[in-house]
Design a protein around this ligand. Structure first.
Ligand code: NAD
Length: 473
């Protein structure tokens, strides 16, 4: 794929020219990215409606406005975050000055999924540009209208700074054969393994933003009506095709019965009595996923919803009461199905969660401090949210990412800048006074005493003092 190689070579040439390093260039790119999103918002909103039936307001909230806010946040704080950070110098190395500085990595490859096809390419792009890199974007082939819109506008607003390579597996494979300085991948586990293997060939550092099953535990101490509305919003936004959507509910049978009633009311409040008629409700991305979601629903027990139309790929918000072993409990749903799973209480809920892969997000709807503490102390997940799903993404100070099977690395705000930078250690030691003379060979007894005093015993003493403080032998 000659053109792919030529595109990456262009990005490398721009980076090597050194133009991307100054703060002014970085700020200009962030401003230009924002300008593109503001001036072309109609084109992007139309593309998102085309690909996913996304309502213009949802597109603004979760895609266009989201990235605009992220870029503005980076612009506002960038200068401060880029300031060198002084580090104290141990006596043995003094006199000297030490500091760290965030330096650009080079050419970054961003590979995106189809479900938030704009946000999940352009939010990493903002971070990578803020860090002074050039970027190659690979949009998902399953959101073709958004991919085309990005290929149309990125070169106009970010010439030289970002390149777009459209396509599917062949084009991504060609890209992965080339050397990058960082690969930022959002998508599923299978493709993540392909990316990680390819990155190993060049020892390229990788960020993986993956998915999985994000549980929601609900108990009777919470406001069930409010919890149901928030869960329904998080689950059925973008027709359930959201990586951080609550994937299934864990609750006691006494909670599940009233919660199911409240969820039915919440679905009606959000999307009316017939979601097919609601402009606020999205569509399944393609026939393959439509059939997959339909098979999951049909392989379980539907207690609400289940209506569908293959031609328009509308699939109604659906509540399930699965039996153990149903496929819907095994794989990430990534569609508008919400299984409700009975447990005896929070301990069984924690055991169930810990028996599976580490979730991208874990949601706990409870007013009980002990329950909140138990989930916080006894589980592991990319994020833990109390009483609200998905909203942690919008807090730029919170690193967004998974753990274990749900991903590695994180981004957003300053975390993006750090992900796309190398924190370089710098040390500067004056020639005078030349304290190194005290430790250069040839070694003598006097030098041995000096080195011992400067280095090892101090550490040992501090250790003993601390042990004494803790009351240990
Ligand atoms: P996917 O893994 O199928 O595709 C992601 C990207 O990888 C696409 O650009 C695709 O072209 C490319 N790709 C796919 N297979 C490939 C292969 N064999 N070789 C090379 N490239 C390949 O994912 P998807 O279906 O687009 O997205 C759904 C998944 O993404 C879900 O698991 C979801 O949870 C996850 N996701 C995670 C986040 C997050 O932020 N953590 C956000 C959205 C989606």
């Amino acid at each position: 794929m000659q053109t792919v190689a030529a595109t990456v070579a262009r990005a490398r040439e721009v980076f090597d020219s050194g133009t991307t390093r100054p703060l002014a260039w970085r700020l200009e790119q962030l401003r230009s990215l924002r300008r593109m999103l503001i001036e072309r918002r109609r084109e992007f909103a139309a593309a998102l409606a085309d690909d996913l039936g996304k309502h213009e307001t949802e597109a603004q909230l979760t895609e266009i406005g989201f990235v605009t806010a992220e870029a503005a946040h980076l612009e506002k704080h960038l200068e401060g975050w880029l300031r060198p950070r002084p580090v104290s110098v141990p006596v043995a190395v003094q006199p000297a000055k030490a500091w760290t500085e965030l330096t650009p990595l080079g050419v970054v490859l961003v590979i995106g999924p189809w479900n938030y096809p704009l946000q999940l390419l352009l939010a990493p792009l903002a971070g990578a540009l803020a860090a002074g890199n050039t970027v190659v974007l690979k949009p998902s082939e399953h959101a073709p209208a958004t991919s085309a819109a990005l290929a149309r506008w990125i070169p106009e607003y970010l010439p030289g700074a970002a390149e777009v390579v459209e396509g599917g597996i062949p084009e991504t494979t060609a890209l992965l054969g080339l050397r990058f300085d960082h690969i930022f991948f959002t998508g599923g586990e299978a493709a993540a393994k392909v990316v990680l293997r390819a990155a190993a060939e060049h020892l390229t550092p990788v960020t993986l933003e993956l998915g999985g099953k994000s549980p929601a535990y609900v108990d009777s101490s919470t406001d069930l009506a409010k919890a149901a509305k928030r869960i329904a919003w998080g689950r059925f936004m973008n027709a359930g095709q959201t990586c951080v959507a609550p994937d299934y509910i864990l609750a006691t049978e006494e909670v599940l019965v009233p919660l199911e009633r409240e969820l039915v009311k919440a679905i009606a409040a959000l999307f009316g009595s017939d979601s097919a008629q609601s402009a606020s409700y999205g569509r399944i991305v393609n026939d393959r996923h439509f059939d997959r979601v339909a098979a999951l629903a049909d392989g379980s027990t539907v207690v609400h919803g289940g209506e569908r139309d293959a031609a328009s790929r509308h699939f109604a918000p659906t509540l399930l009461r699965p039996a153990p072993g149903d496929a819907v409990l095994g794989e990430e749903i990534f569609g508008p199905l919400l299984p409700m799973v009975p447990v005896s209480g929070r301990d069984e809920a924690i055991r169930t969660i810990n028996a599976g892969a580490k979730p991208l997000a874990l949601y706990v709807f409870s007013n009980d401090a002990g329950t909140r503490r138990a989930f916080s102390e006894q589980t592991s997940s990319g994020a833990l949210c109390f009483d609200v799903p998905a909203a942690h993404l919008t807090v730029p100070g919170l690193p967004f990412g998974g753990v274990g099977n749900s991903g590695m690395g994180a981004y957003h705000g300053e975390h993006s800048l750090r992900t796309f930078s190398h924190e370089r250690s710098t040390l500067s030691k004056p020639h005078w006074p030349d304290t190194l003379e005290l430790i250069y060979p040839p070694y003598t007894k006097a030098k041995h005493r000096i080195i011992s005093a400067l280095v090892a015993p101090a550490g040992k003493l501090a250790g003993r003092k601390n042990r004494k403080k803790r009351g240990e032998a």
